[in-house]
Each structure stands twice: as structure tokens, then as C-alpha cells.
Design a protein around this ligand. Structure first.
Ligand code: HAM
Length: 426
């Protein structure tokens, strides 16, 4: 008789299994360490927020808000959304808890984000971001710092070959002037644009700069350039940022067509990309968003940050970096017989007290079977306890990774003997 059909995970939402998780933990440890090195402090905000938060920050006419949010009404009829990103949440939390009142904040976070996109390699519906948000600073010095945090993370993880592109979107006023000029120019060439760009022309012409279509690219070659619309102060700030990056040996190129899919950016925008992951090449992206705090009900506070896609970063670490050792116990404790099992659990607890990872054989079995389990566990050494060991207060130690022959040691010397074997394999 056929069984019940099995329940599967939601499309585009992945399990992270033992064996994969070791690399995640290594990357998360690096994220923590690098953030700390620059004085950033962790913040954890809820995964569910009011829908309004994202409408008012990311923008009504963005792909994220128009098409990609997981939005639902809760039992009270409130419209809630699984967060598609965390910048808005950090700003909300900053406003709500008075963290931005006459104070500056360097914040970092890691966690799952949700976007209902078409899943493919490197693009998921639940994915994870590491992000930093520096709230309270105007100017290029903090912008250089934000970029340097990312660059140090790549170095820390042994990742090579990322490309940094930067651009300045200018103030809202400068961008509005540019938007009008771009729209006027593109309207004259509307027939040569791809259909997506034609659709964007009315409502979001800046996003056309992103188009990968050959025909559209050719039209854009002679389009007005955003850099010509920057005000003096903005241009100087952008030039100063470039000097700062050069000073700390961070290579970059200026891409005047770089725009972002979220509406809150003002001034600097940047993106780190790779050519090693196919279509989903953006590893990390961010910029300045000086209007957002006020837009969400606070006072005007300048801010800048980035978010990095951990699935993509981890794919790169796996391709390029050294292998992360799989988590395995130091010791496997095998027990043959009733009394031996009591001894086994006691010894395992004292080994753990001493800081050694120990796994106890569960489910009995003969010696051969238990040693096979010991081997499969990845342990360095098996501690074997049988009735004879109980009588003589000894245990047998069997090194499992070629660190010598089996020996018998008094139980009081167990810890030292285990250490001398496991040290051999460090
Ligand atoms: P974003 O460009 O939407 O920016 O996302 C940042 C990064 O998240 C992307 O570069 C990519 O690596 C990763 N990512 C985005 N969507 C997916 C997906 N569906 N699957 C896998 N990875 C994905 C933001 O989210 C802004 N909050 C960044 C920011 C912070 N700006 C200022 N502060």
C-alpha cells in the first residue's frame, strides 16, 4: 500500500544541512569578527514587520514591493510582511528606541530575508544577508569605512577576484533633474528600447540604466550622464571617497550607470560582483540613504550601509577558499555490556567536562559494529569499555586516524592519553 505523500520544503527555500553548515558557521564567525573590528554592534529585528515599513522605504514602484513581498493579513487584519531586506527594519528600530537621537550607531545583522523571485542558482525566496548600517554620519569617510568592511571580509575568507563598482546618485533634487533629462532623451528613442525598458520609461526611467539589452545599451551610450547633474559638493564628496579608497588599496571603477533596485538611496551606491557564479553575480550591494530615517518618522539622519548575500558568498568560499573541516567528535566511546555502558556514559561526561567533544555509542551492537560507527563519526580515537575494563579500572584506546596502535590505559590516565592522541592529529 502506498504511504502518504511526503511534505516538501517551499520552493526557493532551502534546508542547510550538517556538512554545509560548517562553512556557514565559519562565514558567520568571520562576519562577527570583521564587524567587531570596526566597532559595529549586532542588532536583531523581527522577521515580520508591518507592510507599510517596506512600502515607505523600498518604494511603491520597485520590483520588491510590486511583486516580491510575502504579505499576509494576520488574525487582526493587520497587513504584515516577511522582511525582504533589513535596512528599513534597522531604521525603524533606531527611531523606535531613540537610538538615533543625538547619537551615532554602527550596526550589523545576519538573518533570513524573503523575496518571491523566480528561484534559480544563487537566487532564492528565502536567502540570508549579512549587512551593516552606519547611522548618523555624512561624508565620504564613513562611506570608505563601509566599503572597507566588505573588503576585509573577502580577505578574511580568502575570496579573490571581486570587482567593486561605485557611483553617485546625487541628491534627490539632482536625481530628479537627471531623471527628467533621461526620460526626455529616451522618449525620442523609445522604439529602440527593449519592452521592459519601454514599460519603465514612464514610472522608473533610472532603472533602464540597468538594462542588459544590447539595443537599449546602444541608446544609453549617448544618453545624458548622471555625473553631469551632480552638485559641486556631491562631486567633491565622491572624489574624496575615491581618494580614500585608493589610500587603503581598494580597487574600484566608477560606473555611472550603476543604479539600485531600492528607492531609498541618495549619493553613493556600490556593488561587489563576481564573474564566477553565472547570472547571479552581485555578492554585496549598498550605499547612502540620507532620507530614510526622516521618511520613516525620525529626524533627518545621514546613513550608509550594505548587505551581502550569504548564499552567494558561501558558494564563492566553497569554490575558492580552503575547505571547512566537517564537525566531528574527538572521541567515540564504545561499550560492550551492561556495566560497561554505565562506565561509558560516565567517562564521556568527564571528557566533555574537560572540553573534549565525545559521542557515546547508542543502540548497543558488537565491537565490529561499534567500531564502524566510531569510524563513521569522524572521531580521532575510540575509547572501548568492556567487562574486563570495568574489573581492572582500565580502558582500551584505539586511535582511528593512523596515530598508532591500540593500547590499554588506567582510567585515571584516560584524559591525558586521549589528549596525546588527538594532539597528534592537530
Ligand atoms: P539588495 O541589493 O537588494 O540590497 O540585496 C543585497 C544582496 O543580497 C545582493 O547583492 C545579493 O547578494 C543578495 N540577494 C538579494 N536577493 C537575493 C535572492 N533572492 N537570493 C539570494 N541572494 C539575494 C539590500 O537588500 C539593501 N538592504 C542593502 C543595503 C543595506 N543598502 C544599505 N544598507
Amino acid at each position: 500500500m502506498a504511504g502518504e505523500s511526503s511534505v516538501k520544503s517551499v520552493r526557493g527555500m532551502n534546508d542547510l544541512l550538517p556538512g554545509q553548515i560548517e562553512t556557514w558557521q565559519r562565514v558567520e564567525a568571520a562576519v562577527r569578527e570583521v564587524s567587531c573590528r570596526y566597532g559595529y554592534r549586532e542588532i536583531r529585528t523581527p522577521i515580520v514587520e508591518r507592510t507599510d515599513l517596506f512600502r515607505r522605504s523600498i518604494g511603491e514602484q520597485t520590483d520588491i514591493v510590486e511583486k516580491e513581498m510575502y504579505t499576509f493579513a494576520d488574525n487582526n487584519g493587520d497587513s504584515l510582511t516577511l522582511r525582504p531586506e533589513a535596512t528599513a527594519s534597522c531604521v525603524r528600530a533606531g527611531n523606535e528606541h531613540g537610538l538615533l537621537h543625538n547619537q551615532t550607531q554602527r550596526l550589523w545583522y545576519v538573518g533570513p530575508m524573503f523575496r518571491h523571485e523566480r528561484p534559480q542558482k544563487g537566487r532564492y525566496r528565502q536567502f540570508h544577508q549579512f549587512g551593516i548600517e552606519a547611522l548618523g554620519w555624512a561624508g565620504s569617510d564613513i562611506e570608505a569605512e563601509v566599503i572597507a568592511v566588505g573588503e576585509r571580509l573577502w580577505r578574511c575568507l580568502g575570496i579573490r577576484g571581486l570587482t567593486l563598482e561605485i557611483n553617485s546618485l546625487g541628491s534627490v533634487a539632482a536625481r530628479a533633474k537627471f531623471r527628467d533629462a533621461l526620460k526626455a532623451y529616451l522618449s525620442e528613442h523609445v522604439d529602440a528600447l527593449d519592452t521592459d525598458s519601454q514599460r519603465r520609461l514612464e514610472r522608473n526611467p533610472l532603472r533602464i540604466l540597468d538594462s542588459k539589452d544590447q539595443g537599449t545599451q546602444e541608446v544609453l551610450d549617448s544618453a545624458p550622464s548622471l555625473s553631469d547633474f551632480l552638485e559641486k559638493g556631491e562631486r567633491e564628496n565622491f572624489e574624496r571617497l575615491q581618494r580614500l579608497l585608493t589610500t587603503v588599496n581598494i580597487a574600484f571603477s566608477v560606473n555611472t550607470r550603476l543604479v539600485r533596485g531600492l528607492d531609498y538611496y541618495t549619493g553613493l551606491v556600490f556593488e561587489w560582483t563576481t564573474d564566477q557564479l553565472g547570472a547571479q553575480s552581485a555578492i554585496c550591494a549598498g550605499g547612502r540613504y540620507d532620507g530614510l530615517v526622516e521618511q520613516l518618522g525620525g529626524r533627518p539622519v545621514p546613513a550608509a550601509g550594505f548587505a551581502c548575500g550569504l548564499e552567494r558568498l558561501i558558494e564563492l568560499v566553497t569554490l575558492q577558499g580552503e575547505e571547512t573541516p566537517i564537525q566531528s567528535p574527538g572521541v567515540f566511546v564504545a561499550a560492550l555490556g551492561d556495566l560497561a555502558e554505565l562506565e561509558a556514559i560516565r567517562h564521556a561526561e568527564s571528557l566533555r567536562d574537560a572540553g573534549i567533544d565525545a559521542q557515546v555509542n547508542c543502540g548497543q551492537g558488537n565491537l565490529k559494529k561499534q567500531l564502524r560507527r566510531a569510524d563513521n563519526s569522524g572521531a580521532q580515537v575510540a575509547v572501548i569499555i568492556d567487562d574486563e575494563s570495568v574489573d581492572t579500572s582500565t580502558v582500551k584506546l584505539k586511535p582511528l586516524r593512523g596515530q598508532g596502535e591500540q593500547s590499554t590505559v588506567p582510567t585515571i590516565e584516560l584524559l591525558a592519553a586521549v589528549r596525546s592522541i588527538t594532539d597528534l592529529s592537530d
